[in-house]
Design a protein around this ligand. Structure first.
Ligand SMILES: NC(=O)c1ccc[n+]([C@@H]2O[C@H](COP(=O)([O-])OP(=O)(O)OC[C@H]3O[C@@H](n4cnc5c(N)ncnc54)[C@H](O)[C@@H]3O)[C@@H](O)[C@H]2O)c1
Length: 349
């Protein structure tokens, strides 16, 4: 088991271990006094893991309740959000009560946003149950929901009181969902720690989660409100998001990011922004991990989506430039250079 503290405005602990959710109540007692705890989860995770958490919370002296919404990204909307708030108000939850977010990134983002806004903010604990949310979504304090116009358009920065990460829950994950986490782990290895790669290949979850979270933690601590450095964590996502959207989400986030990592690495080299072409080595690695790296979209299509990237500021965009596997930097390029960037990234190796 591994434990460490994230030193944001409100410091919190991250605990990573196997089969630790059965002791969730005891861990939570160390940071939240006895109160009512509302477990928010989705329908799939509810069936697999809610009972063990509820029992553990009751044994630790908490009064409990539970709100379940249908699994999937389509639930991350205003209707689910307002239904949850109304249920909590109906139950009479107060500012000294708390929320447990039990599930993947959708539950984490939704329950975190509810926690940030219910009675102007109450405590919450993240219990991520997907590899992706353990590595990424549960750390950093970004919470939010989708609007009809786009993803994550309403949200808040709200840090949890504790993140409890039990990688035994990955046993029940569909393989495509596991791959989403693998892609994010590879991204972390490429931006700052090449020695992670063999651990990803060995499926050493405890090590990989601890290192990825530490990498995200150090970036988040330096840039809590996402003003610059956090953009490093977005490597592969300018092109990846375009692929995800063009496929109308039939290509999963992880598969799309894996493709994006290759295109953006190759483009950085071909544009002369780095002396090293990491794309061939990265392609071998990702293919070996089971990723399909075909793109299937034109530079024009991907450029159109790249123009919606959140790393654009004025007429420039910050791109992540790999200097080697394990070392990247940010560099601004103009939007006209971006077009060439995408084109060069798509040309065969
Ligand atoms: N806040 C952040 O910093 C941040 C970062 C990255 C992604 N996100 C968000 O995270 C979301 C994606 O998260 P996700 O990939 O975890 O998807 P998800 O939460 O939709 O979970 C994927 C599917 O797996 C199921 N599931 C979850 N845990 C399971 C388990 N242990 N066993 C079996 N099935 C399980 C879920 O019910 C769901 O059907 C997106 O909405 C994205 O915007 C947020």
């Amino acid at each position: 088991m591994k434990k460490f503290v994230v030193s944001t405005d409100k410091p919190y602990e991250i605990i990573i271990g196997k089969d630790i959710i059965k002791d969730a109540g005891n861990y939570i007692r160390q940071c939240i006094s006895p109160c009512r705890i509302c477990v928010i989860t989705d329908s799939t995770v509810n069936r697999a893991y809610a009972q063990v958490i509820m029992t553990s919370l009751m044994e630790a002296g908490y009064q409990t309740s539970k709100i379940v919404f249908p699994s999937g990204e389509h639930s991350k909307n205003l209707t689910t959000y307002s239904n949850i708030l109304e249920s909590m108000a109906d139950e009479g939850l107060t500012r000294s009560d708390a929320i447990v977010a039990l599930g993947g990134g959708v539950v984490g983002d939704m329950a975190g946003f509810v926690a940030a806004t219910y009675m102007r903010g109450i405590s919450y604990v993240q219990i991520p149950t997907t590899y992706m949310s353990a590595i990424d979504a549960s750390v950093g304090g970004k919470t939010g929901i989708n609007l009809l116009c786009g993803k994550n358009l309403a949200g808040a920065f709200w840090q949890p009181s504790l993140v409890l990460c039990d990688y035994k829950t990955f046993d029940s994950l569909p393989s495509i969902k596991l791959q989403d986490g693998v892609a994010e782990a590879v991204k972390c290895a490429v931006i700052s720690e090449s020695s992670l790669i063999p651990k990803i290949q060995e499926e050493d979850y405890e090590y990989v989660i601890e290192r990825c979270v530490s990498i995200k933690k150090s970036v988040v601590e330096a840039d809590e409100r996402d003003m610059g450095l956090r953009q490093l964590l977005n490597f592969g996502h300018t092109v990846g998001h375009g692929i995800e959207k063009l496929s109308t989400f039939s290509v999963s986030h992880g598969q799309a990011v894996a493709k994006g990592l290759i295109v953006e690495s190759r483009a950085a080299y071909r544009m002369g922004l780095t002396d090293t072409n990491i794309a061939p080595e990265l392609s071998n690695l990702l293919s070996g991990l089971g990723f399909d790296l075909s793109i299937g979209y034109s530079a024009e299509e991907l450029y159109r989506f790249a123009l919606m990237d959140k790393k654009i500021c004025g007429d420039k965009i910050s791109m992540v430039i790999p200097e080697s596997i394990g070392k990247c930097r940010l560099q601004k390029i103009s939007l006209s250079e971006l077009k060439q960037f995408v084109q060069l990234g798509l040309e065969d190796a």
